[in-house]
Design a protein around this ligand. Sequence first.
Ligand SMILES: Cc1cc2nc3c(=O)[nH]c(=O)nc-3n(C[C@H](O)[C@H](O)[C@H](O)COP(=O)(O)OP(=O)(O)OC[C@H]3O[C@@H](n4cnc5c(N)ncnc54)[C@H](O)[C@@H]3O)c2cc1C
Length: 458
Amino acid sequence: MTQTQHADIVVVGAGAAGLFASIWAGRTAESSAAPPSHPSIIALDGAKKLGAKILVAGGGRCNVTHHHVDETAYFGSSRNTVRRVLGRFTVQQTVDFFADAGVTLKREETGKLFPTTDDANTVLNALLHQARAANVHIRHPWRVGRIARDESPNAQHPFIIARAVEQPTSQTADDASLSNDSANAQPTEIIRARRLILCTGGMALPKTGSDGLGYTFARTLGHSTTPRIFPALVPLILDDSSFIRALSGITLPTTLRVLSGTGKQLVSFTNSTLCTHFGLSGPGPLDISRSYFDAKAADPAATLVINWLPKLTTEQLDNDLVNARRLPPLKFFDRPSHHLPERLARALCASANIDPLSPCDNLPRNQRRALALAVTSAPLPVTGSRGFTYAEVTAGGIPLAEVDPSTMQSRLCPGLYLAGEILDVDGRIGGFNFQWAWASGFIAGSSAATSLSTSPHP
Ligand SMILES: Cc1cc2nc3c(=O)[nH]c(=O)nc-3n(C[C@H](O)[C@H](O)[C@H](O)COP(=O)(O)OP(=O)(O)OC[C@H]3O[C@@H](n4cnc5c(N)ncnc54)[C@H](O)[C@@H]3O)c2cc1C
């Protein structure tokens, strides 16, 4: 027997965007003089433990935002729309929100903002507390299996949200349209909602519950998704033969550049790089991964090039090697101005077929040049990424053109709102993805609540 319940607003997904949308839906409804004064707001999440991504973020410290956020730190759909959304809920508003919730944020040298406790639990607990204070009913684990829309003109609660359960159960005829899913996704519980806010995230770190089913819900409700949905902020796998794989543990700042097949520089980032047993990780490789795989999809001849001494060009290093005279490369790369970890210096010399202990002035011009190129401009043999399992964010999703940025309401399905990573927006490393979740969640939640009083029927 199917149980059906009714709610004013249902938020599917109680991650960063969903919690924020719920909180602001509740707060907006409470401060509104118009009925309903106490709307029922339910946030559903399939996870047993809420906020998994908030807890793992920033190495368990949760990089909540960045001191300077603007649209240039984002990829995906129109930057102009991203700017409009970010402008509605600024970094200062994020700082104030968390301060009011008892979480003081501190700014680090990199511009990233973390809680002063250095503990992501502080952030998650504050969000959960604020949601309860805003009369949001959070239900979990409550995984949504299917969503449909009742198109009859008088439907007060047009969104039909069905719970996915392990065991097949019987349904009523009314709900039969929701039941033809796989045997392990049979609904036993239905919630009908006047407004629906989809915050199911993307596909990064799928074990947290964000596995892409939200895209199916959105498509069922009339939306499209971008032709490519792929992992971003993701570690890079290098070919087995790459010497870098033997340098596991070495971390240093590098510049990574994406070049088109014709050699034109498309993107360049300088940041910390970590050599690992599979290839490269750390903020630099993660940041460039999206641009590289995007370029590669459009132009198979695109390359990723590394400079292990970001302050030097190939010409400058070549010149410095000339002036190094009797100094052998190994000693040369031990100087503070040209410092490379010894293991790396030896591997770079080997890759250029150079004896690391032979004085620099013994090097023929072409060998010296080969060494300068190996250090400052070597193409990386990238064979792939570590995939969604290790990605921090999803590139692609529902195009922003299908959403009104002033409300985050769907342009295709009245009464449906979208926020967070489900949309075709992904940010760089540094707190930008959470700021997107806060800003879009704020707009979606407050607009959905406002719409209840201004237009009872979506
Ligand atoms: C390891 C890691 C570290 C990160 N660190 C940072 C950082 O420090 N700073 C930063 O800005 N960003 C960081 N990010 C990115 C950031 O966490 C995400 O961009 C952000 O959490 C997206 O929020 P969201 O609410 O849109 O989606 P999610 O956080 O993915 O939340 C979606 C929620 O929907 C639920 N859900 C999905 N499908 C269903 C369903 N069918 N039924 C019910 N519930 C469902 C999921 O269980 C999940 O709780 C990190 C990501 C990862 C993976």
